[in-house]
Design a protein around this ligand. Structure first.
Ligand code: HEC
Ligand code: HEC
Ligand code: HEC
Length: 433
């Protein structure tokens, strides 16, 4: 090998070495900012996990956005956020004795690890409650509270004519404002709280009922009301509970609470509707010869979101309308209700379904009775749960700085390339000679 090509080869190797060194140096200079951004990412991931934990465990009592419900305090309150970390941690871990606030730590028989409890404290200190509310909605865990209803005026007046009518009227109004959300219309119970308007409850002594109402039942959704209601109001409620059979049904109607929606829930509803409902009810809800229009004023006017949810969940027995409750989650059905409810603003007075026969829109071409029955057994239900729970996760982990291993690899590759080229050059030089 002649000295000239040897020199070229050495120069090239030197260049490659310097490149590796420069890469490493660049990496080290950037290391501190990388650590800071990594810490930010860890916090973002923890807050993200905390929002789901909150939705699953706490929203039912502390509200959609941590605003508090009835007798349960708010968690979105800035004063709480500035309390020492350990104090909030202890409250969540151990609960508050003799209140409805249960102990959450595994040590105290609860379901949460210390790490998860720390994440919840971070949520209380640094969390975004609007975003948390969206998470609760997207997971279909929006509490049915706070909601209240108005007593029916005519029936309320009728209650006034009963013995001790004024007390019963007061109790009906307190119940409509504070208890109906859990214990249901006319106290007949819901999926989250038992009926109070029944023989079993009437059979309880006034003392027993007063104790439950005043102190709550530890570890259940039933909070103590002694901070919110006066002893007279509590005693009026006991009178109502014991004499409820005298109060006409319909005095305390079900509340009409719109199901909360988010951009994600509407998108999910739209997708589920297209996959499961449009073949019968039409892509725009305009109806088909197989199923009535849903996109029409007369449909919306008498139906609350709860009623629509109930119809979709249970189906219409004896008709082609399937039962969806066993194929979709509550969150998915609520997403469909939110999607359908959007049509109300522009829904026509009269259904726009044109009579079959005259070259109708393409969606009616395959709507024969035979396809209906075959389709019925094979209806695909697209379950898109993962998109709801992971949308925020994915985006927090994609911002990593260039890893040093990648830089090293690039360096080595470049070095080999240089060596190869220099070998080629020196062979060329040799050939020329
Ligand atoms: C069954 C209803 C219920 C559930 C579920 C619940 N809490 Fe509570 N929580 C309460 C009540 C009631 C209080 C008020 C206790 C008292 O009177 O001191 C409370 C108090 C608190 C407090 C103290 C607030 C303050 O201002 O001092 C924190 C923090 C708290 N809860 C966090 C949580 C977290 C986090 C979760 C979910 C893991 C949760 N709670 C679930 C009912 C509940
Ligand atoms: C956040 C939901 C919620 C609210 C609001 C609520 N309760 Fe309850 N209540 C419950 C649950 C759940 C139970 C069952 C507790 C248990 O299993 O021990 C219960 C139990 C009771 C009981 C005992 C029933 C029995 O058969 O032993 C009474 C009485 C009662 N509630 C009255 C009321 C009154 C009156 C109000 C309004 C001032 C009210 N509750 C508000 C959830 C609620
Ligand atoms: C196989 C055809 C079919 C499919 C698929 C279907 N439906 Fe229906 N649906 C019907 C029929 C038929 C009725 C009318 C039942 C009756 O006679 O009351 C109905 C009624 C309803 C009603 C009540 C209308 C009213 O006036 O009260 C709602 C709400 C509804 N469907 C929603 C849905 C949703 C949401 C989906 C998709 C998850 C769906 N349906 C899928 C056939 C269908």
């Amino acid at each position: 090998m002649n000295p000239k090509s040897h020199l070229i080869e050495s120069l090239i190797s030197l260049g490659a070495t310097m490149l590796i060194a420069a890469g490493l140096g660049w990496y080290m200079l950037n290391e501190p900012t990388r650590i800071v951004s990594a810490q930010g990412e860890v916090l973002a991931v923890q807050l993200d996990e905390a929002m789901t934990l909150y939705a699953e465990n706490c929203a039912v009592c502390h509200g959609l956005n941590g605003e508090g419900i009835g007798a349960t305090p708010a968690l979105n309150n800035p004063a709480l956020g500035t309390m020492p970390f350990e104090e909030i941690q202890k409250t969540i871990a151990r609960g508050r004795y003799q209140t409805a606030m249960p102990a959450w730590s595994l040590l105290d028989g609860g379901p949460l690890s210390d790490y998860q409890i720390d994440e919840l404290v971070l949520l209380i200190q640094y969390g975004d409650w609007a975003e948390t509310g969206d998470r609760v909605v997207n997971l279909g865990l929006a509490p049915l509270v706070p909601f209240t209803t108005e007593a029916d005026p005519a029936l309320l007046a009728q209650v006034g004519t009963l013995t001790d009518g004024a007390t019963l009227q007061t109790a009906v109004q307190i119940f409509a404002a504070n208890c109906v959300s859990c214990h249901g219309a006319d106290g007949l119970g819901t999926s989250i709280a038992p009926a109070l308007n029944d023989e079993d409850t009437r059979a309880k002594t006034a003392d027993e009922l007063t104790r439950t109402l005043t102190l709550g039942n530890t570890g259940t959704l039933m909070a103590g009301w002694s901070n919110t209601l006066t002893p007279e109001e509590i005693s009026a409620l006991i009178t109502l509970i014991q004499r409820w059979q005298e109060v006409p049904l319909g005095t305390i109607p079900a509340p009409n609470v719109p199901i909360p929606t988010t951009e994600e829930s509407i998108a999910l509803g739209s997708q589920l509707y297209a996959a499961n409902c449009s073949r019968c009810h039409g892509p725009e809800g305009q109806g088909t010869p197989r199923a009535p229009s849903l996109n029409v004023q007369s449909f919306f006017v008498d139906r609350t979101d709860q009623a629509i949810q109930q119809i979709i969940t249970s189906g219409v027995p004896g008709t082609a309308m399937p039962t969806w409750g066993d194929r979709m989650t509550e969150a998915e059905i609520q997403a469909i209700v939110g999607f359908i409810r959007q049509w109300e603003a522009t829904a026509p007075e009269v259904a726009t379904l044109t009579r079959p026969g005259g070259g109708g829109p393409p969606w009616r071409n395959n709507s024969t009775a035979t396809t209906q029955t075959t389709l019925f057994g094979l209806l695909p239900v697209t379950s898109t749960n993962p998109t709801i729970s992971t949308h925020a996760n994915g985006s927090t982990q994609t911002t990593n700085a260039l890893d040093w291993r990648i830089l090293l690899l690039i360096g080595i590759l470049l070095a080999s390339a240089f060596t190869l080229i220099s070998k080629g050059l020196s062979s060329l030089a040799r050939l020329k000679r």
